[in-house]
Design a protein around this ligand. Structure first.
Ligand code: NAD
Length: 326
């Protein structure tokens, strides 16, 4: 790509924030626009090292605000859209599903309309493996791009709905799209309500660590920087209209993850506190990333190297996460 304008939605959040920093640093010749509403999950302090870079721009806006989004697209004529903005926390979708439908479904449709209107070169929709529902504990079975969508939570149902809209804009209008579906991300700048940063922050403070149910639910863990590299690859080399699964081949039970963090920090497993299970808690997610690997992607982090880097980062960057807990 030559000089290009990229719109990243949700670039003040966890994955979008890491992606904005990755792209601003890797491609000084691209103009990166970060559009974010700055909900509880978004913050700009994480971008203090790129704020002054000439190729970084921030726009505060709501993706459901059709007029504002259309005006921005017509003014800036973006070449590419990489869409992360969403309500992303399953527990919050159980207490307030409507917000998830509004942001994740209607917000995506507004962006698709704007992208269609100005004719972007590609629209990447960042989705989740949770749209496929849950797997059994049989370790030989994985989600592939052909697995039927069977979302179980209001969060995953809203993401699946947005995936279907994105697909429909490709099939009906020929909008050049890719959908990526990734497993659980972890790494720097992860909001401390999610399992790994919550556990690290609690253990560092010698506080109890809640574990849902018996802790045997399995997730596949993907380091956020490996995810950023995957999206970069799909942006440049992904075949239009295709879905790509992004997974780390790092399956762990939630209890294993918590115990690893406790051991790494030299604390006692007495900190673990089992709490009532989440409603509709999916048993297992695991992704087969073979299709993405044919494009040349492979993760740089194993779970062991990634979790060590992440714990170290949280120890050194209390300035970022401590205020968020307050
Ligand atoms: P996040 O909750 O950390 O960040 C979401 C960002 O979107 C925040 O900055 C928030 O302010 C912004 N936002 C929310 N509503 C908005 C609106 N109406 N208009 C504009 N901005 C708005 O989420 P994340 O963990 O970085 O996830 C990013 C994307 O990746 C989401 O689409 C999510 O579904 C998907 N995903 C995340 C994971 C994961 O492990 N975190 C796994 C699979 C898929």
């Amino acid at each position: 790509m030559q000089t290009n304008k990229l719109l990243v939605t949700g670039g003040a959040g966890f994955i979008g924030g890491n992606f904005v920093q990755y792209m601003v640093n890797k491609y000084p010749q691209y103009d990166i626009y970060n559009l974010d509403l700055l909900t509880y999950a978004g913050d700009l302090t994480k971008h203090r090292q790129i704020n002054d870079k000439e190729n970084y721009h921030f726009v505060k806006a709501d993706i459901t605000d059709r007029q504002t989004v259309l005006t921005l697209f017509e003014k800036e004529t973006f070449d590419y859209v990489i869409h992360f903005a969403a309500e992303s926390h399953v527990d919050r979708s159980i207490t307030d599903p409507e917000r998830f439908v509004r942001t994740n479904v209607l917000g995506t449709q507004v962006l698709l309309d704007a992208a269609k209107k100005i004719g972007v070169k590609k629209f990447i929709h960042v989705s989740t493996d949770e749209v496929y529902g849950e797997l059994s504990f049989d370790p030989s079975i994985f989600f592939t791009e052909e697995t039927p969508l069977q979302p179980n939570s209001p969060y995953s149902a809203s993401k699946a709905s947005s995936d279907l809209l994105v697909r429909a804009y490709y099939e009906t209008f020929g909008l050049p799209i890719n959908i990526t579906r990734c497993s659980n991300n972890y790494g720097p700048f992860h909001f401390p309500e999610k399992l790994i940063p919550l556990t690290i922050s609690r253990v560092l403070n010698d506080e109890k660590v809640p574990v849902y149910g018996d802790g045997k639910n399995i997730r596949d863990w993907l380091h956020v920087l490996d995810h950023c590299a995957a999206i970069d690859l799909v942006l440049h080399n992904g075949v239009k209209g295709e879905v790509y699964n992004v997974g780390g081949r790092n399956e762990r039970t939630n209890l294993q993850v918590v115990k690893t963090i406790i051991q790494s920090l030299g604390k006692s497993e007495d900190l673990i506190e089992f709490v009532s299970d989440r409603l509709g808690h999916d048993k297992r997610y695991a992704i087969d990333p073979a299709k993405l690997e044919t494009l040349g992607w492979k993760p740089n982090y194993t779970f062991d190297t990634g979790i060590a880097q992440t714990i170290d980062w949280y120890k050194k960057n209390k300035w970022w996460w401590k205020p968020l807990l307050e």
